[in-house]
Design a protein around this ligand. Sequence first.
Ligand code: PEP
Ligand code: MG
Length: 569
Amino acid sequence: MKKLKGFGASPGIGIGKAEKIISDTFSVYEGKKIHSSKVEEEIKRFYDGIKRTQEEILKIKQATEKLAGKEYSEIFSFHISILQDKNLIEKIEKIIKEEKVSAESALKKFVINLNRDISESKFLKERKKELLDIFEQILINLTNKDEEIKLLKNKIIVANDLSPTQTVSINKKYIKGFVTSIGTETSHTVIIAKALEIPAVVGVENAMEVIKENDTLLIDGYEGIVIVNPTPSEIEKRKLKEKKIAQIKKKIYILKNLETSTLDKKKVELYANIELPEEIESVIKYGAEGIGLFRTEYLYLKRKDLPSEEEQFLSYMKIIEKMGKKPIIIRTIDVGGDKFISSFKGPEELNSFLGLRGIRFCLVKKEIFLTQLKAILRASYYGNLKIMFPMITTKEEVIEAKKIVEIAKQELREKGIKFNDNIEIGIMIETPSAALISDELSKEVNFFSIGSNDLIQYTLAIDRVNEKLSYLYKPCHPSILKLIKLTIENAKKNNIKVGICGEMASIPEIACLLVGMGIDELSMAPVAIPNVKEKIIKNYYEKMKEVAEKSLNFNSHEKIIEFLKESLN
Ligand code: PEP
Ligand code: MG
């Protein structure tokens, strides 16, 4: 058994025998002569081949458009334009006529010459792959030899590279996947493989050397792994993974478009937590109704300099582009604790979680904060953005942070830059002190979001990154539920919205408990949404309220969890 690593280009698990494709169609020129009386007939055969290729590519284009959208099907417009290029086609006709050779030979000669021209033209160089792809299709149609790929059964194709046309020609029913030694996640071939749902791993550098014809291959398109001659237990493990993923997929598909309301029609908002704009695809896939937490500090990590206002603005715009008018809560930079930026070397802290973290950092490094606020405000003109401050412990911090928002607004105003002047401002309730003074704090802001990860850490005095203490990490500890209850009550009393974006919101039973306690919105990792949604829609709000009330009388996390499991559907 050997494991090879590449990019997981198209998700899925495929098992089959290796079939190596070595494409050297145009490497040899045989120059097959024909009799002069056959020239006209040969030219007609050549044009028939072009026509057939055109029809095929048009079909492929339409199929791709249906499968993946117009954006992807446009790849084939270039193919069609080449087939309609009279000038080019006539050159091949001329070779048949003048050299009295077969259409195949004329085509090969033309491509060999073209290879020379390609190296002299930048445009042709960039499109070389597509050009060869088209001529290969014509050749296949001339020889009347149906492409071998279509006939392969239970095979995994191993090739140096596959063209988009070859990929589309792969019959999904027979081929179990493909492995190529070149290619990246964004190559056209990969885009099409994804649309066709054929498992694929690309960029496996040594694939052609290591894999032998007829080796048994197991490819994992999720992780980008190819296992050559896998053991039975490895096959079992991957099959199980595939089964689990298939169940989740089915659930996602069914649940995605359902509204999240309880059986007695209480609407619950399910939002997503993200770290980078790229995650927006999952947000859409799992049907989140908004972004409840964008952990913007990730834009500052793993780099030496600071992101500029423009760069940050563009990151927010990327999200707005996909979310439209749906709410997006941008949490201002939360560094310190376990996340540090290289451009700021603060004093060594013995306990960084209790140090210069979150809003404390922003109020010290005001220029960094101001730049971020300006970027958020600029983007707020285009989408439904809200600002949220992390790690609040006092009312003064909120007032001070809001003052800086005002400075940011003023600077934009002076430059004539538009923004949403009524942008909502909220805070995270993630310290016991914030929960305890939530009545006062709610008078200063438009919304709360409970950060239970830190609330648990600070209330139970357990370092959240110390795995030795993980057994103490109990979201339903009565002290936590009491702080959450108090926060919700104070939010309601002062008519502001209250959500939760800590991990506990993603546990289906606890999510129902939180809804019963009066939470308006639950935000979690996108992938957690289907399970939480399923639980909410299977239960009554009245029952959740009753369960919440009773849960507050139990004296341990374990008893509450047991009670929730028993009481909810
Ligand atoms: C939290 O503390 O619960 C939270 C959501 O924020 P983070 O995990 O980023 O600290
Ligand atoms: Mg936090």
